[in-house]
Design a protein around this ligand. Structure first.
Ligand code: E4P
Length: 222
C-alpha cells in the first residue's frame, strides 16, 4: 500500500514524514493556494523535505487540452518523480492520452465514476484518483466507486494504480484499504486520527505504572 500526505503545508509534511513511511505528497490548486506560495517554490520545498526519491502529484490548472499539455510538460521537465494530475474531463482524457504517448506520467484526478476511471486507465493514466468524501457528501457511495475501479483495473490488467483521495474520516480510509486500494492520500488531521487510540495510551500508562511499582521509578529495560 502506498501512503501519501494530501497537503501542501510544509509543517504538516515535515511532522508526518518524520514519523511515517510515506511514498510522497499530493497537492491540488486549492491546497497550493492555501500556502500563498508560487507552486514551483512550494514543490521545490516539499521535495527538499521528503527527498527526491519520493513522489509528488501536482495538478494543472488549465481546463483546455493545450493548456494542460503545456503545464504537464513544464512540470515533468522540472521534476523527475512527478505525476501530473489531470482532471477527467473530455479535454483531460485527450491530454492524458497524449501525455502517455510522450512518456509523461499522469494521475487522472477528480474522478467520481467508474466510467471516468475506465476511460482514464485506457488513455494511459498511471494513477486514478477517486474522491471518496466528495461523493459521500452528495449521498454517493465513495467506497463502492473505489471498489468498482479496483475491479476494472484488475480485470483488464491496466498498468494503473488507484490512489483513493478526499477523505474526511478514518473510517473512509480503512474502508478503501480493506478493498485493496493500491494507494491512499490522506490529509494531516485524518492521518493523525489514525495514529493512536486512547486505550493504547491508557494501556501504556498502566504497563509503566505496574513496572515502576515492581522495579522502581525510571528503571529501563537493560
Ligand atoms: C487529492 O488528490 C485530492 O486533490 C484531494 O484528496 C481532494 O480532497 P478534498 O475533497 O478534501 O478537497
Amino acid at each position: 500500500m502506498e501512503l501519501y500526505l494530501d497537503t501542501g503545508n510544509l509543517n504538516e509534511i515535515k511532522e508526518l514524514s518524520d514519523i511515517l513511511r510515506i511514498d510522497g505528497v499530493t497537492t491540488n490548486p486549492t491546497l497550493v493556494s492555501k500556502e500563498r506560495k508560487n507552486i514551483i517554490d512550494l514543490l521545490d520545498e516539499i521535495i527538499e523535505v521528503i527527498g527526491e526519491d519520493k513522489i509528488v502529484h501536482a495538478q494543472v490548472v488549465s481546463k483546455d487540452y493545450q493548456g494542460m499539455i503545456e503545464e504537464a510538460e513544464f512540470l515533468s521537465k522540472r521534476y523527475k518523480n512527478i505525476y501530473v494530475k489531470i482532471p477527467v474531463t473530455v479535454d483531460g482524457l485527450k491530454a492524458i492520452k497524449e501525455l502517455s504517448n510522450e512518456g509523461i506520467k499522469t494521475t487522472a484526478t477528480a474522478v467520481f465514476t467508474a466510467h471516468q476511471a475506465a476511460l482514464a486507465a485506457k488513455a494511459g493514466a498511471c494513477y486514478i484518483a477517486p474522491y471518496v468524501n466528495r461523493l459521500d457528501n452528495i449521498s454517493g457511495e465513495g467506497v463502492k466507486v473505489v471498489k468498482d475501479i479496483i475491479k476494472i483495473i484488475n480485470n483488464y490488467d491496466f498498468n494503473t494504480k488507484v490512489i483513493a483521495a478526499s477523505f474526511k474520516n478514518s473510517q473512509q480510509v480503512i474502508d478503501v484499504i480493506k478493498e485493496g486500494v493500491h494507494s491512499i492520500t490522506v490529509p494531516a488531521d485524518v492521518m493523525k486520527s489514525m495514529m493512536g487510540h486512547p486505550l493504547t495510551d491508557y494501556s501504556v500508562d498502566k504497563f509503566i505504572f505496574d513496572w515502576e511499582r515492581a522495579f522502581g521509578e525510571g528503571t529501563k529495560v537493560t
